[in-house]
Structures are given as structure tokens and as C-alpha cells.
Design a protein around this ligand. Structure first.
Ligand SMILES: [Zn+2]
Length: 311
């Protein structure tokens, strides 16, 4: 209808919220620090206004209530291979009234300058997840390499340990106090109290040094064996649903995904000798083409673009 807000801008969902919460509609004048109930004519009755406030409060407590239950695990790291625009999750309803979920190019949706076909969410996520398992978890050389690099990085740059940091700062404080006291003694201040304080500080220093040493013994270095064990925990648990597993797996290993109509290029959080990300090209065609150079996956589970509701 061409209506604008009081400031002359277009209405958006935030202006609607402002309207729904504005007490001026129930007659409250509130400006320049003056608050008068009934100060302006009410155009909404208080009971209706209160029902709206209750509904807003309920919605705020359950933000996911009206949202899709489907989680698009590749969101945020998947891009169109043709126009480079981000790919997002969309849903639609098929002729048989079933809800269908896809990944779609935002370049195509917004500008229509791209012809990238939509792809079934479940199909793509399965291909990327299976490809990741094949490329990383099923490759003893890559597991060795990851374990080796983790230990290397950990020993070069260990995580700060709060307890140890605390003990070490206590030790530094104690040493400083001791040194101040010794200066005082050198300057001729020596009473019964100084003597007692001196032996207290010496005892504290000794205790802290002992605690620090035993703490270092209790916290062992990270070993390659430990990293390999952690990686072995990345396989799917028997009772773990596919979507939860894929999210866990892809969050950990997949850096980015470039999607074409006939293939998908998956880049991993893993660098090669040229310091670029390791990647694999997975075919999306029904008849898998011979795996491209560098690819380790033979994908034979491909069932894409089911014509009935593909676009
Ligand atoms: Zn595109």
C-alpha cells in the first residue's frame, strides 16, 4: 500500500516489532522523560495488547519453535562452483505433499544469473560425508600425518594451562616478597617478625616449587598414539543418527565445498606440501567417472536430481 514508517523508511520485521510493543497504542504518552498513562488516545485495548506481549514472550523463550527441524550441515562452507555465491538450504513440497530439502545457489535465487541446479540435501551430505571418511579416516597415511602434525604443533605451542599459570604467578610473587625482605634485612631491619616472615616465605617458595614440578609430571605430553585414538573416535557410533554424525565429522574435517552439477570439490582442514588445502573431487553423476587425479573416492551411491521435484 506504499505506507512508510514515521521516519519515512520502508517497513521491515523490526518496525513491526516496534509497533507491537509500543505502549502509545494503549494510550501511554512516553517522551522526553515524561510518562503519562492515558496521555494520548488509546487505539488498542489493553487486554489485546497484553495478549500480544505474552505471545512475544513465549516466542522468545522458544526461538526454534517455528523454524525448520532440518539442519543443513554444509551451510556456511558451501559455494557454487559456477558463480561462487554461497549455497543455502531450501525446502519445498513435492506433488505428493512430502517436504523435500535441497541445497540451492543464492546467485541463482537472487540474480538469476546462474543456472546451478538444486541438489537433494540428503544426497549431497551423504556424498561429502562418505568422501570425507574415505579420504581421511580410511587413509592410514593421512591419519599418521595428522597425528604427527598435532604433536608437532602441540609441543611448539602448548595450550596455556590455567592451574600451572596460577602456580607460577604465585611463585613469582613469593620470590619478589622474599627479595624485598632481604633488601630490608640488608638495610639493618631485623626483628623477631622479619625472621618469622622470612621462614614463612621460604616455606611457601619450597611448597610452590614442589607443586609445579609434580603438576608437570601429572600432565603428560600429547602423543601420536593419543591423537590416533581421538581420530578413531570420529567414526560413526552404532546408535548415532546420520545427521548428528555428519555434522560432527564435517565440522571437524571439512574446510569448504565447491558444488557443480556433475561434481563436488571438498577441501579439508589439512594442508599438503605446497601449503594448500588438500581436496578431493567427487563425481555427482549416476555413472561414476573415473576418479580424478588426487581423488581417492569411487562413488557409486549417486542418485541425484531426481527429475520429479528437482527444481
Ligand atoms: Zn551459482
Amino acid at each position: 500500500m506504499g505506507c512508510r514508517t514515521s521516519r519515512g523508511s520502508l517497513f521491515n520485521k523490526n518496525s513491526l516489532r516496534t509497533v507491537l510493543r509500543n505502549e502509545k497504542y494503549i494510550g501511554v504518552y512516553d517522551a522526553y522523560g515524561v510518562h503519562v498513562e492515558g496521555g494520548v488516545p488509546a487505539i488498542i485495548d489493553t487486554a489485546l495488547f497484553q495478549r500480544v506481549q505474552n505471545r512475544i514472550a513465549v516466542n522468545r523463550r522458544n526461538p526454534a519453535r517455528y523454524k525448520a527441524h532440518e539442519k543443513y550441515v554444509l551451510s556456511g562452507k558451501i559455494y557454487c562452483g559456477y558463480c561462487n555465491a554461497p549455497i543455502i538450504g531450501i525446502s519445498g513440497t513435492s506433488k505428493s505433499e512430502q517436504k523435500r530439502y535441497y541445497y540451492a545457489c543464492t546467485g541463482k535465487i537472487r540474480t538469476k544469473n546462474c543456472t546451478k541446479k538444486n541438489i537433494r540435501k540428503a544426497t549431497l551430505e551423504k556424498i561429502v560425508a562418505d568422501g570425507t571418511v574415505e579420504f581421511i579416516l580410511n587413509s592410514p597415511q593421512r591419519i599418521d600425518y595428522i597425528a604427527h602434525r598435532c604433536v608437532e604443533l602441540h609441543s611448539a605451542n602448548p595450550l596455556p594451562n590455567t592451574e600451572l599459570v596460577y602456580l607460577e604467578s604465585q611463585l613469582a610473587d613469593t620470590k619478589k616478597a622474599l627479595s624485598n625482605l632481604l633488601t630490608a634485612i640488608e638495610n639493618g631491619i631485623f626483628t623477631k617478625t622479619t625472621k618469622q616472615r622470612l621462614s614463612e616465605l621460604e616455606q611457601t617458595q619450597e611448597n610452590l616449587e614442589f607443586e609445579i614440578e609434580s603438576y608437570k609430571l601429572r600432565v603428560p605430553e600429547l602423543t601420536e598414539k593419543q591423537v590416533k585414538y581421538m581420530l578413531s573416535q570420529m567414526t560413526q557410533r552404532p546408535d548415532e543418527p546420520d545427521d548428528i554424525y555428519r555434522e560432527r565429522l564435517l565440522d571437524c574435517f571439512v574446510n569448504s565445498v565447491h558444488l557443480y552439477d556433475d561434481k563436488v570439490i571438498v577441501s579439508f582442514n589439512l594442508t599438503n606440501k605446497k601449503a594448500t588445502l588438500e581436496s578431493v573431487t567427487l563425481s555427482l553423476l549416476k555413472k561414476a567417472t573415473p576418479a580424478q587425479k588426487g581423488a581417492v573416492c569411487e562413488c557409486s551411491f549417486l542418485d541425484l536430481f531426481g527429475g520429479d521435484d528437482g527444481n
